[in-house]
Write a protein that binds this ligand. Structure first.
Ligand code: NDP
Length: 244
């Protein structure tokens, strides 16, 4: 059997890092990209190597087409044909009322969370063959709307769900599956960008399971959707949200 080769965007921290570590232990070679945090990406790569797998870390802004092309070229040159993509690199901006959102905040969130996912999915789809799979990291915000918090972020994630369904149907004839996970409130650094770093703990009482999630709990769902046990699952958005 050929070794799976998976590209993970935003693989240096949070959900992406947990996914890289889990997939390496499951036998994947890993290409991860990061934007700024070189040390974090290097630490994840060390764990990939410790698991006996090959890996590369490529500094990439996923909203920039040339950088995304370079990421996929580098991954394929170093590791061979790409069989998986985890579209994960995402951002938010400070929580606040809709009327106070700046055009820069709106554009940057849409550029990274939506345009970036398109660009990476295009690069992947051009290269993938039968048996390959894409997992997009969405959010429960896509259906909750996040009123008073970050509607622009929620809208970018709703678009991710639509991208998932459309792409699943377009790529199905080629034997390529496309799914999404929709995390609830997960304990990662992204909440610092929202201006409320301890948001996961503050939100615990409105989560049916009574606690925020951990990155590894999302990574487990991503790994399942990428893998052969999900061979008949495509076009699905799987919530990993403690019931939120
Ligand atoms: P983190 O902030 O912990 O990690 C984000 C990762 O994305 C980092 O590795 C960061 O790189 C990378 N990144 C950000 N912007 C870019 C860019 N333009 N190009 C390349 N890489 C970039 O966040 P999470 O792990 O929480 O988020 C991962 C995904 O999960 C996101 O799509 C997010 O929207 C989604 N999600 C998260 C939830 C949560 O509660 N945590 C809930 C629902 C969805 P660097 O380290 O270099 O900055």
């Amino acid at each position: 059997m050929t070794t799976p080769v998976t590209v993970i965007t935003g693989g240096g921290r949070g959900i992406g890092a947990a996914t890289a570590r889990r997939l390496a232990l499951a036998g994947h070679d890993i290409a991860l990209c990061y934007r700024r945090d070189h040390d974090a990406a290097t630490a994840v790569l060390a764990d990939v190597h410790a698991a006996g797998r090959r890996g590369v870390a490529v500094p990439t802004d996923t909203s920039e087409p040339d950088q995304v092309a370079h990421l996929f070229d580098t991954a394929a040159d170093a590791l061979g044909p790409i069989t998986g993509l985890v579209n994960n690199a995402g951002i938010t901006s400070p929580i606040g009322p809709f009327v106070d959102l700046t055009v820069d905040d709106i554009r940057r969130v849409v550029d990274v969370n939506l345009v970036g996912y398109f660009l990476c999915a295009q690069q992947a789809a051009r290269r993938m063959t039968t048996g390959a799979a894409i997992v997009n990291v969405s959010s429960v915000a896509a259906t909750l709307g996040s009123p008073g918090e970050y509607i622009h972020y929620a809208a970018s994630k709703a678009a991710t769900d639509t991208l998932t369904v459309g792409l699943a149907k377009e790529l199905a004839p080629r034997g390529i599956r496309v799914n999404a996970v929709a995390p609830g409130i997960i304990r990662t650094d992204i909440h610092a960008l929202s201006g409320i770093p301890d948001r996961p703990d503050r939100a615990a009482e409105r989560i049916p399971l009574g606690r925020p999630g951990e990155a590894n709990e999302v990574a487990a769902a991503i790994a399942w959707l990428l893998g052969p046990e999900a061979s008949y699952t495509t076009g699905t958005v799987l919530r990993v949200s403690g019931g939120l």
